[in-house]
Design a protein around this ligand. Sequence first.
Ligand SMILES: Cc1ncc(C[n+]2csc(CCOP(=O)(O)OP(=O)(O)O)c2C)c(N)n1
Ligand SMILES: [Mg+2]
Length: 369
Amino acid sequence: MTNEDKKCVAQFEIHYTQLLNQQGELVGALPEFAASAEALIALYRTMVQTRTFDTQAIALQRTGKLGTYSSSIGQEAVSVGIGSAMRFEDVLLPTYREYGAQFQRGVEMSEILRYWGGDERGMAYHAQPHDKAITVPIATHVPQCAGIAYAMKLRKQPRVAVCVLGDGATSKGDFYEGINVAGAWHLPMVIVVTNNQWAISVPREVQTHAQTLAQKAIAAGIPGEQVDGNDVIAMRHVMANAVEKARTGGGPTLIEAITFRMHDHTTADDASRYRKQAVVDQHKLLDPIDRLRKYLIQHHDWDDAKETALLEACTIEVEAAVRSYLDTPPAPPESMFDYLYETLPDALQPQRDEVESLGKLKRGGDHNG
Ligand SMILES: Cc1ncc(C[n+]2csc(CCOP(=O)(O)OP(=O)(O)O)c2C)c(N)n1
Ligand SMILES: [Mg+2]
């Protein structure tokens, strides 16, 4: 029996959205929000702010002032698009490249620096009580996101839980379990897969034989679509539609944002050992910041003076965050016991006391010496 003789019982399509091409020209219908110069400049500003932050954080690591750091250079449109489409009371479960979304949601730059400096206090966001800390274990936050979305649904809250993960993370069981329950329970949840083409040194085409990552949603019975993740207008538009659909009872969506990791995986990596500079150079032409700048120059009188003023303002802001980070006294060693349990188990209390008294002794010694 050939396929022609068999009855087709299901067919699926994956759609792709791009609104600004790499020359910064409009190639689709401009969404309503994008008619406003102010709204577009706000997106541009956050992307530039994020890149300034990333560049400075890498420099801090290189000079021994920060632990390992993962940059989002080249992926700013994804995170900025996500953050701009969410409401403050929604919940973001980020990985380690979503700074642009986090800044828009009230997370402070100095908090992110503290986090990568190994200070747990960097995860207690002062101005953003809803969001979760950066998830480094790959895909473990997808089921957690489903749990949060389920709680929102049970409580009948008009809120949405959003988790962001990488292309490599879509190979993990946690991802499939999380999206399956999102579909089965029709949860107010948006899953964004940032397809930056690499999972450390493993290229996307080696990672999975699937033609798209968006199609993985189909197995969970939820819509999946692709978007040009270097086009912030498209990214925000697709994300806003998915978020509002989830908020109004329409269920979950999976968005695959196509972008490129321009930097090393982290500062502990050297990508030149496994990928050619020519490939990176090719992707530079797709840069999300350059693309929106071209559009702003053409349509909203953006010019060199405005660009210079913006870069200066971003530098001042990042430098203030760096000063705040460097001026923060280190956390006491016993604080390592304080963030794992709501109530410390009895068995750990003596250990905590011991570390605390050793720390006091040491501080006293340092002082006397
Ligand atoms: C459960 C788990 N396994 C392995 C790792 C090691 N690890 C860190 S990042 C990474 C690759 C992730 O690639 P991708 O999901 O594409 O995200 P990207 O780093 O490209 O943003 C791996 C395997 C980890 N952090 N957690
Ligand atoms: Mg990746």
